[in-house]
Design a protein around this ligand. Structure first.
Ligand code: ZN
Length: 256
């Protein structure tokens, strides 16, 4: 079964990738990416996160990328001694942090205690950073069992937007899905507005909002999508996987 799957993947790679291949077989990159983990110490010199917990979180990350034959491994743990960056003033201090610490041709993932400019987010990543260069930032408290912060940020790093990107623009019937919202058609229109109370939208992982689009149709978003903000995350869609593969292929793959 594994063998036939690999052959199917290879055959697919020889074809032109389609941006609307909802039901197409997924491409297989057969690629392992190296992550350099940078753990920023606090003022007392403590890391406040276990390397074993980070490795478990990377195992979970890998489980969400097996469908496109991608995996990640931590090639190095590095400590950042300057505690100033542990409670990061993101806009002011990030450039300095990465110039001093990031390693070329690796995925640089920083673990910090707080992002002082976005106290309610669990992580940040450069959109499409796998192609353009960039970094990933994860709050140390956001890597426990069932936490999807790292897969979500890796989705951004591979070019994915939120399912609720430009929430009012995408209509429910899907007719403008390629040019609005997250520009992906197998993620239904998602009306969530960043900063609003999630409880106004979902209850027990059921979408309960009665918001309607411009046509008067009720929204029915995928509350289990990793790129949503709903607390029911489960997986990416096929078109999200294809976009991630294409983002990588648009880079200079030799760098990786
Ligand atoms: Zn996000």
């Amino acid at each position: 079964m594994i063998k036939s799957y690999l052959i199917a993947c290879i055959l697919f790679l020889s074809t032109v990738f389609s941006s609307s291949a909802e039901n197409s077989p997924l491409p297989c990159l057969n690629k392992k990416f190296s992550i350099v983990v940078h753990v920023v110490k606090d003022i007392a010199g403590n890391t406040n996160v276990l390397e074993s917990d980070i490795l478990l979180a990377i195992d979970t990350l890998n489980s969400h990328f097996t469908k496109i034959c991608v995996s990640f491994e931590v090639c190095e743990f590095r400590m950042v001694e300057n505690f100033q960056y542990d409670e990061l003033k993101f806009d002011e201090e990030t450039d300095e942090l990465i110039v001093k610490n990031s390693i070329k041709n690796r995925i640089n993932m920083y673990f910090i205690t707080a992002d002082e400019e976005s106290p309610n987010v669990c992580g940040k990543a450069t959109l499409g950073g796998i192609a353009t260069g960039g970094n990933i930032y994860i709050l140390k408290r956001c890597i426990g069992p069932g936490d999807f912060t790292i897969p979500h940020e890796m989705g951004h790093f591979f070019g994915l937007s939120h399912t609720f990107e430009e929430p009012a623009s995408q209509i429910v019937d899907g007719t403008n899905c390629e040019i609005t919202g997250d520009s992906i058609c197998d993620t239904p229109a998602d009306p969530y507005i960043d900063g609003e109370n999630i409880a106004n939208y979902v209850s027990n992982c059921r979408f309960t909002s009665e918001k309607k689009d411009g046509n008067g149709d009720f929204y029915d978003p995928d509350v289990s999508n990793i790129m949503s903000y709903y607390p029911c995350k489960c997986d990416f869609t096929n078109e999200q996987y294809i976009k991630m593969v294409n983002t990588y292929l648009s880079s200079n793959p030799k760098n990786w």
